[in-house]
Design a protein around this ligand. Structure first.
Ligand code: ADE
Length: 247
């Protein structure tokens, strides 16, 4: 998969994407991520990419021309039109389900807004999918774009060292993850649950499933409606509910 990030701050994106798991995946050719500087496409003689909003008001608005030319140059360069995403708090909130769908595409381009946003006409012309990462406002679309690039990349084959890693994680199967522990088995008087030291695989699995169910029930009961639950899970949950009512 190829991901292109269209931004006024390519170094900011590049530095994050060069580290850790995504950095390793890029080096290993598992994902091709490029950060493109929108400013390189401005036709303004002073290299400006933004201007004051018509009608007055605070801040600056990103001009349509550099963004449009940047995206069309990218299309010409790679010979296809990537699925374009525009990061904005006005978009649909990103979910793991959408992340999974996006990871099946061959080409994605992500447009980062900055300042007070982007001239509406370029949004009309390019018709991007508008995605928000949550109900709060950041100074720009770079951090949200990095979240999309990271969450999508980790779904690609070979990016995580063990394919099973992501299968059990929170939101993948609509349950929150069970608690994790590592060495030492005693720390500040706190003991790792005995069952995890037992080496009894089936018992460990059962314990983890129950902790996942419990956590989801306590913290995100809304998620249980969509979860894939076995009869055993349902019995366990109804047990918790009964216990809670009797408390
Ligand atoms: N740009 C600024 N805030 C944002 C958000 N919450 N999601 C996506 N893009 C944004």
């Amino acid at each position: 998969m190829r991901i292109d990030i269209l931004t006024l701050f390519p170094e900011m994106c590049e530095s994050v994407l060069s580290e850790s798991i995504i950095g390793r995946a890029r080096q290993g050719g598992k994902v091709d991520i490029n950060c493109i500087d929108i400013r390189n496409y401005t036709l303004d003689k002073h290299r400006r990419v933004d201007d004051k909003p018509y009608g007055g008001g605070m801040g600056m608005v990103m001009a349509p021309q550099p963004i449009y030319d940047c995206f069309t140059a990218l299309c010409d360069d790679i010979g296809v039109k990537p699925h374009l995403i525009y990061m904005t708090p006005q978009g649909k909130t990103l979910t793991q389900e959408r992340v999974k769908e996006l990871s099946k595409l061959e080409n994605i381009a992500i447009l980062c807004g900055h300042y007070e946003g982007v001239d509406e006409r370029v949004i009309e012309a390019l018709e991007p999918e508008e995605i928000s990462i949550g109900d709060y406002v950041l100074t720009g679309g770079e951090l949200p774009a990095l979240i999309v690039a990271d969450s999508v990349s980790r779904m690609l084959p070979g990016v995580l060292s063990d394919d099973e890693c992501f299968e059990e994680e929170s939101h993948f199967n609509s349950l929150l993850e069970y608690p994790q522990y590592t060495h030492p088995s005693q720390w500040q008087g706190r003991q790792v649950p005995e069952i995890l030291l037992s080496g009894h695989h089936a018992k460990v699995e059962e314990w983890r499933r129950q902790r996942s169910l419990e956590r989801t029930f306590e913290r995100r009961p809304d998620m249980l409606e969509k979860a894939d639950l076995t009869d055993e899970d349902k019995a366990y949950l109804s047990n918790i509910q009964t216990k809670q009512k009797n408390m």
